[in-house]
Design a protein around this ligand. Sequence first.
Ligand code: FAE
Length: 545
Amino acid sequence: MSEKALPGRGSHGISRRGFLGATGFTLGAVVLAPRITPARAAVGSAAIGDGAHVPALVIGTGYGGSVAALRLAQAGVDVQMVEMGMSWDTPGSDGKIFPKVTSPDYRSFWLRTRTKAPLSNFLGFPIDKDVPKYTGILDAEDFAGITVYQGRGVGGGSLVNGGMAVTPKRANFQAVLPSVDADEMYGTYYPRANAGLGVGMIDPVWFETADCYQFSRVGRKHAQRSGFAWTFVPDVYDWDYMKREAAGTATKSALDGEILYGNNHGKKSLLQTYLARAAATGKVTISALHKVTSVSPAAGGGYTVTIEQINTTGDTVATKNVTADRVFFAAGSVGTSKLLVKLKATGALPNLNSEVGKGWGENGNVMCGRANHMWDPTGKLQSTIPCSGIDNWDAGGAFAEVAPLPTGIETYASFYLSITKNPNRAEFTWNASTGRADLSWQTAWKQPSITMAKTIFDKINAKEGTIYRTDLFGGNRIWHDTLTYHPLGGAVLNKATDNYGRLHGYTGLYVIDGALIPGNASVNPFVTITALAERNIEKIIATDL
Ligand code: FAE
């Protein structure tokens, strides 16, 4: 299905200028466009040309890439960002940029012909459906033992995620990244990241009466009755905006089932924060629907970067070779790892060390639901933005988000995404016969995560006289143990790189994303990815430029 054939693209009431102004996201020529034009054409006008030379090229526009772009631009460096996903700035036939979680369509999934929702079933019935193949916003990337969910588009994971913005306990951070000075992180870089991301906390007074957080209050009651620590969790959603949604004075997003496939309002994605500030410098250009496929030393110094420009059905429409003095790998843990193992194995970057591809983990993610009694309804109106968690990390190795099930009807279900201390680590390797990178993760390696999550939920079930739900993930499964939202590692700090993300073996190549973190962050990871990127880019600018 071509872009033109998609219903109503490029002819809607919201003006392009209005949307860009609202997000604060400006990109040189693009912002001057007087009315909506198809995303691909608009992006093309700013896209990098074949044969171009750039001082700094950033692969990917997620957290690590956005921090790098902003700080380099502020230091006076012209930055070219290359993003394989779309620039999400054009409404679809419903007048909205992003569809609801309950009604996925062509915008929802990355080059799939059938949706692969993390919750595949509702009341026992499968809910996945056929969709036109399109460069949609959420990639459910399948490896042999696990499906890795990732955001695709300008803004990376910030487009699709729940915005939970958690700074880990200091002792846990030190255990994860012992080579990093924790005083610096907690004194400077975590505060800088939290400020830059616009992290805030729900008003605890409002929380007590908000209908849309009944599910959290039930989660708290059950956690506390079983003796677990329950805690509010910060988020980048604009909490005042959510209050206005609840009061009926603002267009609903979190209270209208928007999450996973984008939020049209309320959530501060990177488009509203780091990327807006980067664009305001006038020194950052983004080429969307451009995928980096190779990086190798250039004859005259710097690096030759090969980029495939794709259309919205994923076909390559142009191949470009550009040179860059410095290249920042910020394609996410999976994207960066896949590129690096390929480049080492195929001889493009043979001097990368043997740590490349190693140390990958899934942050111990595992999901489950509990069936409550009829006297414990969780509410038919549920905010899509979680605001609380159950902390049993020290005793049981699990931190569980009390997550919403925004179905619009009462389900009597409590739903949780647990982050656990799963010790298993996998490795990416290049498979020459398939021309793809394989990941060695095995489904059975999730068992420690299940065991750790059970330290919380077995106890709650025993106390409440309740049982696990078996109708959410297909096959009567209690545990969703074949997915992760939090890929981490593959180019681990101080192993594949030096202690600041400089890749061993090459001058001017850097990793600056979740690939640096060795498989587990003990909490939701994007604040740590952002803070580490802030730390590393400051050092790189001070010493390398
Ligand atoms: P990321 O944000 O993934 O950005 C990488 C970018 O590079 C993407 O835009 C890719 O499209 C692009 N890319 C990849 N390969 C290429 C290539 N070859 N050429 C050009 N571009 C490329 O990386 N984390 C939290 O802390 N709190 C949450 O509440 C939370 N909820 C989540 C919910 C969902 C459904 C998902 C999927 C993730 C969630 N996460 C959450 C995880 C978080 O979004 C993720 O850790 C970060 O986005 C990773 O940041 P990176 O900068 O590493």
